[in-house]
Design a protein around this ligand. Structure first.
Ligand code: PSU
Ligand code: MN
Length: 304
C-alpha cells in the first residue's frame, strides 16, 4: 500500500532490512533554512559525516509527488538550488503535494513521518520548531511538537532557538509526554549558545544511554518521539547578548512586515543570518555536523 507513494533508496532499504544503522535528515533546512550553495554543501557533508561514523544517511523530501527516503546528490543539489520555490511541507501538506505530483521540502514533522514509514528511528537536524514568542496571541505552535508527541522517532537537535519561547516549548513537550534529553548537559542548549536558563528532563552522557532509553520507550509501547539536545561545539558558540539582540530585532521586523504562519520561521532564520553577517550561518552549519555525528553514534548503538 505504502509502496504506491514511498520510494526508499536501495542502499537505505538494504540497510534497514539488514538491521544496519540509518539516520534520517530533513530537507526544509536545505531549501528554507540556509542559502545556496552553503545549503547543498552542508547537506552533502552531513551525509558524509554520518557515513564516517558508521551509519547510512537518508535525506528525506517529496519529489514529483513521490515520498523519497534517501536522495541522490543530484536531487539534493536540485532541492538546494530551487530553495524557497520548493514548498515547505509539514504534516498537513503531504497529501496535497503528493496529489499534485509537486516537490516538497520536509520539515521536522514530515521528515519524522516519512522516516517512520520507512522504519527509521533516528533523525538529525539543526533546530526543531516550537512555541513561538507571543503564541499566547498568535497560536503559532509548530506542528513539529505535535509530531514529537505522536511519532516514534528520536530527533537530535541543538536545542531550541530563542526565536522561540523556550519555556513554553518545554511546557508543551511536557504536556504531550515528549522527553527532552540533554547530551552531556543539564540545561537545554539554545541553538547558537550551549546553555539556556531551562533545565532538561534527563542528562545522558553516552550514545548508548540514549539508545537504551529509546528502546525502553518503544518496546513498552509508549508512543511518540524524543528530543535529544546536543550543545553546539564551544568553538562555534555565539555571544549570547549579541544573538539575543539580533533575534529581538528580527522579531520586531517580522511584526512590522506582518509575516506569519509557515513563513515566520524561514523569515527569522534569514534575518538572523543577515544581521550577523553570516556568522550565525557558520554556527548553524557546525551544529548540524555535530548533531549528525551524535545521531550516527546513537543509531549504531540502537541496532546493536
Ligand atoms: N529551525 C531551524 N532551522 C530550520 C527549521 C527550524 O533552526 O531549518 C525548519 C525545520 O524544518 C522545522 C521548521 O521543522 O523550520 C519549523 O517550521 P514551523 O515553525 O513553521 O513549524
Ligand atoms: Mn508556525
Amino acid at each position: 500500500m505504502l509502496d504506491q507513494y514511498l520510494d526508499v533508496n536501495p542502499e537505505v532499504a538494504q540497510a534497514i532490512a539488514e538491521g544496519k544503522p540509518v539516520v534520517a535528515l530533513e530537507s526544509t533546512i536545505i531549501s528554507h533554512g540556509m542559502p545556496y550553495p552553503q545549503n547543498v554543501e552542508t547537506a552533502l557533508k552531513v551525509e558524509q559525516i554520518i557515513r564516517d561514523n558508521g551509519a547510512i544517511p537518508a535525506t528525506i523530501a517529496i519529489l514529483k509527488g513521490r515520498l523519497k527516503v534517501g536522495m541522490t546528490h543530484e536531487e539534493i543539489e536540485y532541492l538546494g538550488k530551487t530553495g524557497l520555490d520548493v514548498i515547505k511541507t509539514s504534516r498537513r501538506d503531504i497529501p496535497f503535494i503528493v496529489a499534485k505530483q509537486a516537490d516538497g521540502a520536509t520539515t521536522v514533522a514530515s521528515t519524522m513521518i516519512l522516516a517512520s514509514m520507512a522504519g527509521i528511528k533516528i533523525f538529525a537536524t539543526g533546530g526543531i520548531g516550537g512555541v513561538h514568542r507571543g503564541a499566547q496571541q498568535t497560536y503559532d505552535v509548530s506542528a513539529d511538537l505535535q509530531e514529537l508527541a505522536n511519532t516514534d522517532v528520536a530527533v537530535v537537535c541543538a536545542g531550541a532557538k530563542s526565536i522561540l519561547d523556550i519555556g513554553l516549548t518545554l511546557e508543551y513537550l511536557e504536556t504531550h509526554g515528549v522527553p527532552v534529553v540533554g547530551y552531556q548537559t543539564e540545561t537545554l542548549p539554545a541553538f547558537y549558545t550551549r546553555e539556556s536558563e531551562f533545565g532538561v528532563d534527563y542528562q545522558l552522557d553516552t550514545p548508548e544511554q540514549i539508545a537504551t532509553a529509546m528502546k525502553a520507550k518503544w518496546q513498552m509501547g509508549l508512543k511518540g518521539g524524543m528530543v535529544v539536545a546536543n550543545p553546539i561545539p564551544e568553538a562555534f558558540a555565539m555571544d549570547k547578548a549579541e544573538i539575543d539582540q539580533v533575534i529581538v530585532d528580527a522579531l520586531t521586523e517580522m511584526d512590522a512586515k506582518g509575516v506569519g504562519g509557515k513563513d515566520s520561521t524561514p523569515f527569522l532564520l534569514a534575518k538572523v543570518a543577515e544581521k550577523t553577517a553570516g556568522n550565525s550561518l557558520k554556527s548553524n552549519i557546525q551544529l548540524v555536523f555535530n548533531n549528525a555525528k551524535l545521531a550516527a553514534q546513537i543509531a549504531k548503538s540502537y541496532v546493536s
